[in-house]
Design a protein around this ligand. Structure first.
Ligand SMILES: [Zn+2]
Length: 257
């Protein structure tokens, strides 16, 4: 992709898309559900983004998807293709050929239809909790499996949120040239030979208007970045309690709807 063509690029981070139930694709753990988006709503997002980018050719919006659920091929790709777009699909390779995830043949089809394929580690662990050797293995195992499906540079996204210097270093050593994080920023930075990009997470319940606030509104994006920094501080202070509190928050939010 040509980085100089655009004033800036906004990367959106999706996970699974579903038709009727979040169980259709990807991880079956309920904590994955807030990240799954219903197909019609996803199409509304795409339509709104396409309309905006048509009027603002200086802006590029990249649709990225994490994990490797079967909906990458059955729902996400067809909706993007309907609007002449291609997505960036990050695969946790240990889940290939398991229920609700892509098969190797489906991954090949996704690549053949012009979508970009990248790594999302091999087993989707919390990379920062692994030893250096284990981190290296996560990236190399995944990259080795994905090589036949990657025609351009090797890209990757970090599973379960944040990375670390070691995570980035091992990614570089595994041949990854571009790494996507979940830090809500449009700033592109460099670490050794790797290009590091931020992404804006899209959650269940977000309307096309919510997504367009990310795309169009610089001060909204800045607020998201500040909120992310605050959350990171809270996360550092709470340690292992953080995930439990986050799940509780999503449950209260769901039940209050
Ligand atoms: Zn993931």
């Amino acid at each position: 992709m040509d980085n100089d063509r655009y004033s800036f690029r906004i990367c959106l981070m999706y996970h699974d898309i579903y038709q009727r139930t979040p169980y259709e694709s990807g991880f079956q753990d309920k904590k994955a559900f807030p990240y799954k988006i219903q197909a019609d709503i996803f199409e509304d997002h795409v339509k709104a983004v396409v309309r905006y980018c048509h009027e603002h050719p200086e802006v590029e919006v990249e649709f990225t998807f994490d994990d490797g659920g079967i909906s990458f091929l059955t729902l996400a790709a067809p909706i993007l293709e309907k609007y002449e777009l291609r997505g960036t699909f990050f695969i946790s390779t240990a889940y290939l050929n398991t229920p609700q995830f892509l098969t190797t043949e489906q991954l090949a089809e996704l690549a053949q239809r012009g979508h970009r394929i990248g790594s999302h580690s091999h087993t989707h662990p919390m990379l920062t909790e692994l030893t250096e050797e284990e981190i290296a293995k996560e990236w190399t195992d995944s990259v080795n499996i994905l090589h036949p499906f990657v025609t351009e540079e090797m890209t990757a996204s970090i599973p379960n949120g944040d990375g670390s210097v070691v995570v980035m270093q091992k990614a570089t050593e595994a041949g990854i040239q571009r790494l996507y994080t979940s830090i809500p920023t449009t700033e592109v930075t460099r670490f050794m030979s790797i290009q590091v990009l931020g992404r804006y997470v899209v959650l269940q319940g977000m309307s096309a208007e919510d997504v367009m606030k990310i795309v169009c509104n610089n001060s909204f994006r800045q607020r998201l970045y500040i909120r992310w920094q605050v959350l990171r501080c809270v996360k550092d202070c709470l340690g292992s309690q953080y995930e439990r509190i986050k799940r509780l928050y999503f449950r209260i939010k769901r039940e209050s709807k």
